[in-house]
Ligand binder design. Structure first.
Ligand code: PMP
Length: 334
C-alpha cells in the first residue's frame, strides 16, 4: 500500500510544469515549481517543518510546548499544521487589518490567534512582534521560531527545494527565479544550486530575485505595494545578498496581470507573488536560447486572493482597471 504516515511526510517533492502560452516567442524552456501543492498550500510548509524539528533537536521545544509566531499568512498555516501533528499548541499574533478569513484558517487548524493593534511601531511592545516576544516568554514552554532570522528556514530550502530542482532538471537548470520576503527561499535554494553547478562547463546557475517595485531588495526605498509575501522595507537576516546575481523590479500591475494570465492560459491558479516570479522569469528568458532552462518558484495558490487579484471590482477600485481590460474579465460581477 502506498501512503504517508502523516500529512507532514507529504511536505516538499512538488512537481514542475512547463509554461506553454505566456512564453510565446521565447525559445528557452520555462518551468514553474508548484509550491501550492504542499499540504498546507504554500512553500512555507518546508520551513515550518525544519524550524520545528530543529527546535526539538536543540531542546527548545519540548513536550507540552507552544509555538508562538507573529504571522497570519502562509508560515502560520505551515506551523499550525506541523505543530498540531507533533502534539504542540500554536499561538499566532496578527494585526487587525489581516482579513478575518486568514485568521479563521489558523483557528481551523486548532491554533489560537491573538489580534494586536494596527499601525504600531515595530519596536513597540504593542506591535505584533512585541506581543509575540512577550507571549513566547510568558507562556510555559513557549518557543518563537522567528522565520526572518532562523537559519533552519534557508537550510530547509538548501536541503529540499534546491536538490529537487537540480534532480528534476537533471542538472540542466540555468536560471532560478524566486521572490524574496524573509529571504529563506532565495538564500537556501540559490546557494545550493550555485554550489552544485559551480564546476559545470556551461557555468553556474544564475539566481534572479523577482522583487516588487519599491522593495529594498531591488534598490527601492520600501515604498508600499499590493503584492503580498515578497519584498521588504528593511534588509532581514535570512536574505543573503551574496546569493542573487540580479534583481528585477516588477510592478503590481505586472504581477497581477501575470497571475491572471497564469490561470486563464496555463490553468495555474496562483497568488500575486507567483505572478511576480513569472513576470521576471519571462524578462530573463526572452534574451536566452533553446539550451536554457529557467525555473521559477510559485509560492502559493490564488485561492487566498479571490477577493483581490481575481476580483474585477477590487482590481478597478485599486487602480488596476487597465490590467482587467487587458487580461480579460475574470467573470466577477462588477
Ligand atoms: N510568496 C508568498 C505568498 C509568501 O508568503 C512568501 C513568504 N513570505 C514568499 C513568496 C517569499 O518567500 P521567502 O520568505 O522564503 O523569501
Amino acid at each position: 500500500m502506498n501512503y504517508a504516515q502523516s500529512i507532514v511526510e507529504l511536505i516538499g517533492s512538488t512537481p514542475m510544469v512547463k509554461l506553454n502560452s505566456v512564453t510565446e516567442g521565447i525559445t528557452a524552456t520555462v518551468l514553474v515549481k508548484l509550491e501550492y501543492l504542499n499540504p498546507g498550500g504554500s512553500i512555507k510548509d518546508r520551513i515550518a517543518l525544519k524550524m520545528i524539528e530543529e527546535a526539538e533537536e536543540q531542546g527548545k521545544l519540548t513536550p507540552g510546548g507552544v509555538v508562538v509566531e507573529p504571522t497570519s499568512g502562509n508560515t502560520g498555516v505551515g506551523l499550525a499544521m506541523v505543530a498540531q501533528q507533533k502534539g504542540y499548541r500554536s499561538v499566532f499574533v496578527a494585526v487587525s487589518k489581516v482579513a478575518q478569513e486568514k485568521r479563521d484558517v489558523l483557528r481551523a487548524y486548532g491554533a489560537d490567534v491573538v489580534v494586536g493593534p494596527d499601525g504600531v511601531d515595530a519596536q513597540s511592545p504593542l506591535s505584533y512582534y512585541g506581543i509575540s516576544d512577550q507571549l513566547a516568554e510568558e507562556i510555559a514552554g513557549g518557543y518563537k521560531p522567528d522565520q526572518f532570522s532562523n537559519p533552519a528556514a534557508p537550510a530547509s530550502h538548501y536541503e529540499t527545494t534546491g536538490p529537487e530542482i537540480w534532480q528534476d532538471t537533471e542538472g540542466q537548470v540555468t536560471h532560478l527565479v524566486v521572490g524574496a520576503g524573509t529571504g529563506g527561499t532565495v538564500t537556501g535554494t540559490g546557494r545550493y544550486l550555485k554550489e552544485v553547478s559551480a564546476e559545470r562547463e556551461s557555468g553556474p546557475v544564475r539566481v534572479v530575485v523577482a522583487d516588487p517595485d519599491g522593495s529594498v531588495y531591488s534598490g527601492g526605498e520600501g515604498r508600499p505595494y499590493f503584492v503580498e509575501g515578497v519584498g521588504e522595507d528593511i534588509w532581514v537576516p535570512n536574505y543573503d545578498p551574496e546569493v542573487p546575481d540580479e534583481q528585477h523590479a516588477i510592478t503590481d500591475a505586472e504581477s497581477f496581470g501575470m497571475a491572471r494570465r497564469l490561470v486563464t492560459e496555463e490553468g495555474l491558479l496562483v497568488g500575486g507573488s507567483s505572478g511576480t516570479a513569472v513576470a521576471a522569469a519571462l524578462k530573463v528568458a526572452k534574451d536566452l536560447g533553446p539550451d536554457d532552462v529557467v525555473v521559477a518558484v510559485l509560492p502559493d495558490s490564488g485561492r487566498g486572493y479571490l477577493g483581490k487579484i481575481f476580483n474585477d471590482r477590487w482590481m478597478i477600485d485599486h487602480g488596476f482597471g487597465e490590467v482587467v481590460s487587458r487580461s480579460g474579465s475574470s467573470g466577477t460581477e462588477i
